[in-house]
Write a protein that binds this ligand. Sequence first.
Ligand code: G5P
Ligand code: MG
Length: 226
Amino acid sequence: MAKLFRAAIMGPPGSGKGTISKRIAQSFGLQYLSSGHFLRESVATNTEAGVPVMTYIERSMLVPDHVMTRLMLPRLEQLRGQSWLLDGFPRTLAQAQALNSLYQLDLVISLNIPYETLKERLSDRWIHPASGRVYNMGFNPPRVQGKDDITGEPLIQHDDDKPEALMARLRHYKDVAKPVIDLYKSQGILHSFSGTETDRIWPYINSLLSTKMHIQPSNVFQTQTP
Ligand code: G5P
Ligand code: MG
């Protein structure tokens, strides 16, 4: 059996974690787990944690660590024996330590994207709430304006993508991410990527994963080489 591969992708709001994670999952066959998606799902399904979670997301605040670990770690337990990629978790040192006590990550990708770029992207972002599918009116528009490609249902914009909320999220992200980044740097598994375009960053990530996983990716996103 091939060696299991465990990875995480970090980056500020709008940095492209979701977009890149989907490409990695499709190209390399990893299971993809997005903390934001699971949180929104728990709100939508009104599970026990749903109501307080919504309050944090609406205020652009981090959901408490114990809620996050309770949400994410059991899902990893279900994926025992499979390779996976985490998008948006861990986001604090406490979350990273909780994860570390159960699993050793092989690789962490950190995305460094300029603020102006993030602002432009998020103000253009629309979501299909039921599935979490994300569209960007410039970069990745839906086939029919305002409608989800698969279900045809209406798309919405999140309150936490408004400019004031975004500034607060970015400031907070930097403070909280620093010790997590330092931890993974000290473990020798951190790989940082800077740029303003996902399509330009992607070939480098693609190539890094091909090397680390010792496999060639199998998909349409392999159009450019660094
Ligand atoms: P989320 O859902 O994890 P964020 O805020 O970390 O949300 P977000 O907004 O999902 O991150 P992303 O995944 O990094 O952004 O980026 P993306 O969605 O792929 O891309 C952003 C937009 O830009 C999209 O429209 C995409 O199409 C477009 N785009 C991508 N690349 C390009 C490009 O090259 N060019 C252009 N023009 N566009 C591009 O978390 C939400 C909330 O949940 C809580 C927090 O409250 C958080 O605010 N939360 C947690 N709380 C505590 N701990 C955790 N671990 C938590 N995880 C989530
Ligand atoms: Mg995301």
